[in-house]
Design a binder for this molecule. Structure first.
Ligand code: UT7
Length: 322
């Protein structure tokens, strides 16, 4: 028997307002053709009044708890990945904890931008296996629309808002049983200037806007993602042929295709939501995971690999038996 963090529930939440490419093209110098051809994105959800990172995260968390058959009091640890917290501080995780009504446990945010959910899984899994807590809510939640420069067509068409959550439970399982099997995380600050926000409390005292050198990020993404996927599989003596599903960060359909090709993965094993959600940063992996669990594709016993790459650069992958 071995102590593992077992996935026992998933949930997600989207803002009410859906915005299509055609709607965006009414105010931004762009077109549905360009956005679809270059990214695969057809629509995104944009937060409105009263919708924030914490409200979306709370809704996703409630769904994940319901799916797991648990109540908030069962949760002792909340790790929330976001680059768009409600406030500079306190951590958005503490607001979610309060909204759920499970005060008193551990709650904090993780900042690793689009890779944040992978970092959050790595941290939560490590803490659960120390015995610090029995169950964790791991959340990725963003309102990127609030830090976009709506006059910069090279970035504003790419992102959307949303949240996804999972519940992990520490359990003694058989060697071939369920749980997080391995997580590999990386960061390389040398590439800070390729994807960043041009503001912050300590540098400018402003919130700032997303800036990205897209084509350069694209090239790094394909190389880094293929590499970290190979690493996490090698950790368990597996190859891409053993994988049932890949749940990738949803930045660009062309990145999903190129990474799958590099690894020799069948495209039908790749969960795709970028067409509907666009890039929701830390929320994209748990949103895609919840989508595929709820539509019945991902089932108990499946071997699933999650992966993401984002600003920093940061990147990572996690191998989970459901
Ligand atoms: O989540 C974190 C990780 N992020 C990513 O992984 C994003 C990675 N990068 C990408 O997905 C792609 O590089 C983009 C989608 C951002 C851009 O696609 P691209 O094929 O690399 O296009 P490009 O930046 O080379 O731009 C091609 C042309 C340019 O025009 P010129 O200079 O060739 O005349 C751009 O000005 O497309 C133009 N363009 C647009 N045209 C219409 C850029 N944005 C738009 C737009 N609508 N929204």
């Amino acid at each position: 028997m071995t102590l593992r963090s077992v996935l026992v529930g998933t949930g997600s939440a989207l803002p009410k307002r859906k915005v299509t490419n055609a709607q965006l093209a009414e105010t931004v110098d762009t077109s549905d053709e360009w956005i679809v051809a270059r990214t695969g994105i057809r629509s995104r959800y944009i937060a409105g009044e009263g919708e924030t990172t914490s409200t979306l995260a709370t809704e996703a968390a409630r769904q994940a708890l319901a799916a797991a058959g648990l109540v908030p009091a069962d949760i002792g640890l909340i790790v929330l990945a976001t680059a768009t917290p409600d406030q500079t501080f306190p951590a958005t995780a503490t607001q979610v904890q309060h909204n759920l009504g499970c005060n008193g446990g551990v709650a904090f945010d993780v900042a690793a931008v689009c890779s944040g959910f992978l970092y959050a899984i790595g941290i939560a899994d490590s803490l659960l296996r120390t015995g610090m807590s029995k169950r964790a809510l791991v959340i990725g939640a963003e309102t990127f629309s609030r830090i976009l420069d709506w006059e910069d067509r090279t970035t504003c068409v790419l992102f959307g808002d949303g949240a996804g959550a999972i519940v992990l439970e520490a359990r003694e399982v058989d060697e071939d049983g369920p749980g997080v099997l391995a997580t590999r995380l990386h960061a390389d600050g040398a590439h800070n200037g390729l994807l960043y926000v041009d503001g912050g409390p300590s540098s400018t005292g402003t919130v700032g806007h997303v800036r990205m050198k897209g084509p350069e990020v694209f090239r790094h993404a394909v190389v880094n993602l293929a590499e970290v996927l190979r690493e996490v599989l090698a950790d368990q003596g597996l190859t891409s042929a053993d994988i049932d599903w890949v749940v990738p960060h949803q930045a660009n359909q062309r990145i999903l295709d190129a990474t799958a090709r590099k690894l020799g993965l069948a495209p039908e094993k790749v969960i795709v939501t970028v067409d509907r959600h666009a890039n929701t940063s830390a929320a994209s992996v748990p949103l895609a995971l919840d989508t595929a669990v709820r539509d019945g594709r991902i089932k108990a016993g499946d071997l699933v690999v999650l992966e993401a790459m984002g600003g920093g650069f940061t990147w990572g992958a996690s191998l989970i038996r459901v």
